[in-house]
Structure formats: C-alpha cells, structure tokens
Design a binder for this molecule. Sequence first.
Ligand SMILES: [Zn+2]
Length: 152
Amino acid sequence: MRICDRHGCDQPGNCPAPKSPNSPDRWYFCEAHAAEYNRGWDYFQGLSAEEAAAREASERRTSAGYAQSKHQAWAGPGDGTRSRDEMRALDALGLEPDAEFDLIRATWRGLAKANHPDIRPNDPDAATKFQQVQAAYEVLRAAEERRSWKPE
Ligand SMILES: [Zn+2]
C-alpha cells in the first residue's frame, strides 16, 4: 500500500497530485494532505534536499533568463551599454569595447579594403575576413544609429 508522500505522514496516499503543472510525475497524498497541497502549501517541504535544490536551481535559471531578456529589451536608444553582438563585432575588428564610432568606421574601411576580393582574389582567408568585417560593421553601424537617434 502507498503511504502519503507528505513528509512525516503515515496515512494511505491514494490522492495523486501533479508535482508541477503539466508534469506527468505525481505525488500521492492522503486526503488531508492532497487538500493542503491543492491550497498551495510550501511544496519544498517534504521534498528531499536534492529535489528541492534542483527545483530551486531551475527556478533561479528561469528568473535569470527573464531578467536578462528584460535587460536586452531595454538596451535601446540612449543606453550607452554595448550588446553581446556589438562586443563580438568589435572583437572581429580588433577594437576595444569603448572604441568611438569614428575609429570603428576607419578600422572597418581599412580592413574591408585590405581583404577585398578585388585586392585579394582567390584567397579564401581574405574572403572570410572580408565577410566578417562587413557583418561586424553592419552590427555596429545599426547600433550607432539606434543610439544616436533622438526623439524630437
Ligand atoms: Zn498525509
């Protein structure tokens, strides 16, 4: 016979309750504890330490994910911070994170010219570099436009 899953309870556990919404895993509680569970008692209590830690970690991951996407959504005009894409683009151009846009444009022009297919035909390394440089500049130019755009 099944015993109630509530810690310390020795009543028959014949009331299944989902461990989390849409989960196929079930707790089996006695009637009293099923009612308590359904009212939302602290569901960490009665889990093994391991289960509780795993659940807490996954919840922290979820909320960290929310916090991050919220931050990205707000990193728009007027916000001087650089996105991860911009950092990657600066890296591709060999520039520091705080490089001014004038320097970005000058560096892009130099690298694009040096690796241009007209200058280095049949050079796959140069062709790859040229594409990277173009893509990086496009990211940084778009970001600069967003940043310097001011409402009337
Ligand atoms: Zn019980």
